[in-house]
Design a binder for this molecule. Structure first.
Ligand code: SDX
Length: 459
């Protein structure tokens, strides 16, 4: 295979090195492009640009493939647990039973949060969105717990990761309980990571929460499916903010904020709101499909389409199956699942969606799963954040370990005014601005048409 790509610009040719990938797209290394050619590249949304080399997860958008550290998501969904998957992502290998046990002990030992943090929750206005609270509280963890010094021992680093993994889950449950005016339920030594979360969310002294294995398994699966996904928007935020050498908590807080967006992690909540609106309007999907196809309408069919997957999102398929199993085991049916299946069938027989390769993504069915776990709607994206945390941590760790890691500082193509002079305020009248609008000023001392039509050179 060729080891360089040839670029010819202004009659001069340049050889750019090619970086070979293990799987997927090889890359043309343009890190010397501006120095050698005076040109930069333009790639809005970085859809064709690799900002890093990574060994954590791999996606093939054409064939609907997702692997964590080389292991297919289908195998992990079938055979692993969220904690084992978190260990795999962060450390690069599946843990031995001793390693997994030590990791679980660390998670348990660090599952409580400082009691003073409750006061922060109590100061949020009722109805504050849990994602905003979570982003703030994670940033606040730095005030209570040390960051990872530059040259830390591995044990110290692993303790910090376990602390954050465990406390984020506890903080999420606390945010819900306090927002409902309910007493906080503390984590229990006797429960697994997922069972503990459900218990912290729903246990009550007057109606003890009964741990249901089907629910715990469904939550394990939900978090495995969300654990990492290459350089998605929120992971890129963690890497970009992390490149300034901020502490881990601040970088993760940036990831939570990015995930909140309805085009990204906020889509699971938006899907349910869309399905509920279809249900409330009598179940007719036609108006929603029509709006989604109307290029003048900003409405999007939530849970459909993906920046990378131009085929069925493999996580969406697994999530859909789990929804059916969970509802069948609980002998329940969910009208929104029926609407979702109907919407999927209609959309996938419509050329607008098939031509644009818009298939259900992970969020299309995940909201139905969460609804049937009893999770309140405004906590859906928080659930995504808890699942994605191992991925963010592993990506942050990888970026810190990368030799020669640089501060992220993208360039731009400048399309504004050429150089122009400051205009004294008494001359900044509307017509002067109109006269000057869009006209790059070249003269050093521009001449203006003043209000009365006279002209005056500005000194
Ligand atoms: C996640 O990146 C990740 O990995 C993210 C994620 C993760 O695990 O981290 O997978 C999680 O964010 C999943 C996506 C959740 N978002 C949604 O479900 C919101 C609805 N989806 C869309 O907003 C959209 O599909 C995006 C934002 C996800 C992707 O947008 P793109 O990259 O613009 O999609 P595209 O280029 O493939 O679109 C092709 C055309 C475009 O029309 P034109 O501009 O060419 O006229 O299809 C249109 C799009 O506008 N289109 C849609 C649509 N998605 C794309 N039209 C209607 N409904 C949609 N859902």
């Amino acid at each position: 295979m060729k080891t360089t790509a040839t670029l010819i610009v202004n009659g001069k040719s340049y050889e750019l090195p090619i970086i070979e990938a293990t799987d997927g797209n090889d890359a043309i290394n343009i890190s010397g492009l501006r120095r050698e050619t005076g040109f930069i590249t333009y790639d809005p949304g970085f859809r064709n640009t690799g900002g890093c080399m990574s060994a954590i997860s791999y996606m093939d958008g054409e064939d609907g493939i997702l692997r964590y550290r080389g292991i297919p998501i289908e195998q992990l969904a079938e055979r692993s647990s969220f904690i084992e998957t978190a260990y795999l992502l962060i450390n690069g290998e599946l843990p031995t039973s001793d390693e997994l046990n030590r990791f679980s002990v660390l998670l348990n030992d660090h599952s409580l949060v400082h009691e003073d943090m409750r006061h922060f929750f109590e100061r949020f206005p009722r109805g504050a969105h849990p994602m905003g609270m979570l982003a703030s509280m994670v940033n606040t963890l730095r005030a209570f717990y040390p960051e990872i010094p530059e040259r830390s021992e591995e044990d110290e680093i692993n303790k910090t990761f376990a602390r954050l993994l465990s406390k984020l889950r506890t903080l999420a449950a606390m945010s819900y309980r306090i927002s409902m005016g309910l007493p906080v339920v503390y984590p229990s030594y006797f429960l697994s990571y997922c069972a503990n979360f459900l218990n912290m969310m729903f246990d009550s002294t007057v109606r003890p929460y009964v741990i249901d294995d089907d629910m715990v398994n469904a939550l394990n699966l939900f978090w495995i499916l969300h654990a990492d996904h290459e350089q998605n928007c929120s992971t890129s935020a963690v890497r970009l903010v992390g490149s300034a050498r901020v502490n881990l908590y601040a970088a993760i807080s940036a990831g939570i904020s990015a995930l909140w967006g309805p085009l990204h992690g906020g889509a699971n909540q938006a899907v349910i709101e869309m399905l509920q609106a279809i249900h409330d309007s009598g179940g007719d999907t036609a108006p929603f499909i029509a709006r989604a196809k109307d290029r003048n309408d900003p409405f999007r069919l939530m849970g459909f389409g993906h920046s990378i997957y131009k085929n069925y999102d493999p996580r969406g398929r697994i999530m859909k199956d789990m929804c059916h199993k969970l509802l069948a085991r609980r002998n329940r049916n969910d009208p929104l699942l029926d609407i979702a299946k109907k919407l999927e069938e209609i959309a996938l027989s419509d050329s607008y969606f098939t031509d644009n390769r818009l298939y259900p993504n992970v969020d299309f069915y995940s909201g139905i799963m969460l609804r049937n776990l009893g999770i309140p709607l405004d906590m859906f994206t928080v659930m995504f954040a808890i699942g994605r945390l191992p991925g963010w941590i592993s990506q942050w760790k990888e970026s810190r370990e990368y030799i020669g890691a640089k501060l992220h500082r993208p360039r731009q193509v400048y399309r504004g005014y050429g150089e122009r002079d400051y205009i004294p305020i008494h001359l900044r009248t509307a017509n002067v601005r109109e006269i000057l609008k869009g006209k790059p000023i070249t003269v050093k001392s521009p001449v203006f048409q003043s209000e009365d039509g006279s002209t005056a050179a500005v000194t």
